[in-house]
Design a binder for this molecule. Sequence first.
Ligand code: NAP
Length: 290
Amino acid sequence: MTNQPLLFGVIGHPVAHSLSPIMHQAAFNTLGLPHHYHAFDVAPENLKDAIRGIKTLGIKGVNVTIPHKENVIPLLDEVDPEARTIGAVNTVVERDGMLYGYNTDGEGYVRSLIEETGIQLNQTDAVMIGAGGAAKAISVYLLKHGIRSLTIINRTYTKAHTLAKQLTVYAEEQDLSTDITVLDWEEAVVKQYSFQLFVQTTPIGMWPNIDQTPLTISNIQPGAVVSDIIYNPLETAFLHEAQRAGATIHSGLGMFIHQGALAFEYFTSHKAPIDKMKSMVLNRLQQGGT
Ligand code: NAP
């Protein structure tokens, strides 16, 4: 990529709270790239025009956040297979007049999990709490990285069931042997000793409801990893409780940084300065950002 200044950004609604601008701008500055990263507040009725505007204005890439991650898909020229399976795109890159869509949330999660905990996914039976957008992205990549088994629990049982069916189709297409099941919430609490990994993907425990936990950790395997994708607060009550019970804990900050780092690499073809991105985001969170 040349050294001429290029424009990147994030589109969402609302988007003023997004930490992506400080994270990406810090990365550009650290590598001496003269690029700019801007937050674009795009109302749902303007999404089509905004996506067309990427090409006409010469924007090179955007991150996509709530509520546009799903609706952006039909507006793109090409969408990578995992993002299509997930049904959501969080990174759009312009190349030679074409718009390509990716989802870096799931891969970002797995990279962070492995980096911080050293977990061996092919020897891991995981239980995932939640079946929403983030859960879908994470579970596709847990499968892709060879997790031994995945059990899903969710407040709305039918949604867990639907996700399990979609993952089973994905596993068959990709020739993966992951065992995928759905459990009642209470049943999972009783069986918690059978899992080596807990992945908490609901907003339970997120600021300002910081005292809430999705389930009581009472009987876990020694060395189990408990992971919560919330990063505000950095350590949720669930993680606190898990640590007291002897678990290795993993917070959502790493996922956020790594999904951004992967997007940065799609945008620039440069290796992302992860430490700098993390320290900028941490700084902002400690000052009370969301
Ligand atoms: P989503 O699509 O709305 O899904 C939310 C999930 O949580 C659903 O499974 C929902 O269950 C469940 N849920 C919500 N409130 C609940 C409650 N009070 N009790 C039990 N279950 C409840 O949301 P999302 O986009 O997946 O985001 C979920 C969380 O992940 C948010 O806290 C978000 O900040 C965080 N996140 C973090 C990162 C990161 O980079 N670290 C990235 C993305 C998301 P039902 O199906 O029953 O509604």
